[in-house]
Design a protein around this ligand. Structure first.
Ligand SMILES: Cc1cc2nc3c(=O)[nH]c(=O)nc-3n(C[C@H](O)[C@H](O)[C@H](O)COP(=O)(O)OP(=O)(O)OC[C@H]3O[C@@H](n4cnc5c(N)ncnc54)[C@H](O)[C@@H]3O)c2cc1C
Length: 445
């Protein structure tokens, strides 16, 4: 039976068959029977990457296979969520090697988007830590993929947006921690120049991310708060927490780092929120101990916050610019946004290190900015203009957030697209794995 589905941005929506499975044999059967299909995890990509006429949800295929507590190696089915991983591994002194800004995604989705976190400049993206995975191909065969076995399929599937098949299980390396807490420091930056200087100054810190007030202009253009974080050592915790350093205290667990505005989002309300958020930080620099939940997943505290954008939904516009063009490029783009008055409630800036794997994986060395815009008249032509700027500056758009870019923008931004298509043609010549995004981007062109 068809149902209406949409991903996190609530745009686009479509009527689709959503199929579930619990056993491996059922996936092979689904693949055999369907003319075309696409894997879907928790639908946390913003746009249409996991939408299609037939979507195969992995969420019921969610068992742990093994956990080596000594070496920190986890093997699990692809539908296990990062939240479930954390519940299992944190009390044993391990953490995710890389995590996006929400824990409500699946491990399969983390591989297919090759997700990045606040530590990309130091520790790369998720697939760097993947030891191997199994993938069900278009013939319904299970293929073991790693850097040694079926290396081309491994490479094409890391960040391959589900187009090579359905990842069924993933084995990956975790990161050792002493506590479930983060030593965090927040720093105020008066403008973009200052925040770039701070990113440079704190380049050796493991986690860095800045929130930008994108409605500022003139000398305050790019006014930001930079957040730094390191996993806290046991002796750095307040005495009370030292008794059970790998357990989150209920008090800290529930501390919401900021309140969402309950009013309608428009440039006035966003300006008011940004003002309050920036000035809430009274000192120029402030340090504290935070739970991993509030440091990594502040947005997860508010379930369904995506609905505040109204029934038309929103798009997240995330681009990356090469390092040498990042400062000038971001200045120009922020000026355009500020002039247009299309403020984004959330505007997040991160520093990337080089791309290390995947043919169409998003990261490249430079700065990435993510902005949320409610869908409204004039938005898409405006984003097309920004696309042109991003292209001229040598950057690209993140496929996992995208719902609207043109095919030409994809091909211009991803030089690996040609090899990606060549591989797809050999692994899936009948084009079994098709998403709305794949159709929109005309892959293969
Ligand atoms: C609040 C929020 C914050 C976020 N922050 C970040 C961030 O900091 N960094 C970042 O990189 N991303 C971020 N994201 C995006 C999110 O991490 C990715 O889109 C992730 O891929 C979503 O995983 P999912 O399980 O929900 O998969 P879906 O959204 O359902 O699918 C995403 C893609 O993965 C494919 N896929 C899913 N499962 C499989 C499988 N088993 N086999 C093959 N292909 C599969 C789908 O076909 C699709 O192409 C954020 C999203 C939200 C909502």
């Amino acid at each position: 039976m068809k149902k209406t589905i949409a991903n996190w941005g609530q745009y686009p929506c479509l009527e689709a068959d959503e199929l579930h499975f619990r056993e491996e044999e059922e996936i092979a059967e689904i693949i055999g029977k369907s003319a075309s299909l696409i894997a879907r995890g928790r639908g946390r990509c913003y746009g249409d990457a996991s939408l299609g006429e037939t979507v195969v949800s992995t969420t019921r295929f969610n068992k742990f296979i093994s956990f080596d507590r000594d070496r920190g190696i986890l093997d699990c089915q692809a539908g296990v969520s990062l939240e479930e991983v954390l519940k299992l591994v944190v009390p044993a002194g391990w953490f995710l090697p890389v995590t996006p800004g929400t824990k409500f995604i699946t491990v399969g989705g983390a591989v297919a988007s090759d997700v990045h976190g606040k530590n990309h400049h130091k520790e790369g993206s998720f697939c760097k830590w993947v030891l191997d995975f199994s993938l069900m191909n278009s013939k319904g065969e299970q293929v073991l993929c790693s850097r040694e076995h079926n290396a081309e399929l491994f490479e094409t599937s890391c960040g391959g947006m589900g187009l090579t098949g359905i990842i069924t299980r993933v084995r990956f390396q975790l990161k050792a921690i002493e506590t479930a807490y983060i030593k965090q420091t927040q720093l105020k930056a008066a403008n973009l120049k200052e925040v770039f200087q701070l990113f440079e100054q704190y380049r050796d810190v493991t986690y860095t991310v800045a929130w930008i007030d994108c409605l500022q202009s003139g000398d305050s253009l790019g006014r930001s708060i930079l957040m730094l974080g390191e996993h806290a050592q046991a002796e750095e915790l307040p005495r009370k927490l030292q008794q059970a350093p790998l357990q989150l205290s209920d008090k800290l667990k529930l501390s919401v780092p900021f309140n969402f505005p309950s009013f309608t989002l428009n440039s006035y309300s966003i300006k008011a929120f940004n003002f309050a958020y920036y000035h809430k930080l009274r000192k120029q620099q402030q340090s504290s101990i935070a739970s991993y939940d509030s440091f990594f997943y502040p947005l997860d505290f508010v379930h369904h916050w995506n609905r505040m954008y109204g029934p038309k939904g929103f798009v997240q516009y995330q681009f990356v610019l090469p390092l040498h063009n990042s400062y000038e490029g971001l200045t120009t783009i922020l000026q355009r946004i500020s002039k247009k008055g299309m403020g984004s409630f959330l505007a997040v800036l991160k520093l990337f290190g080089p791309q290390e794997q995947g043919l169409i994986s998003f990261p490249m060395e430079g700065y990435t900015l993510a902005l949320d815009f409610p869908v409204c008249d004039g938005l898409f032509p405006f984003l097309d203009e920004l696309d042109e700027l991003v292209h001229e500056l040598g950057g690209r758009i993140y496929l996992s957030k995208d719902a609207r870019m043109k095919s030409s923008m994809f091909f211009r931004g991803y030089p690996g697209a040609v090899d990606f298509i060549r591989s797809l043609e050999s692994f899936d010549p009948d084009h079994k794995f098709v998403s709305l995004q794949r159709k929109r981007l005309a892959i293969p062109a």
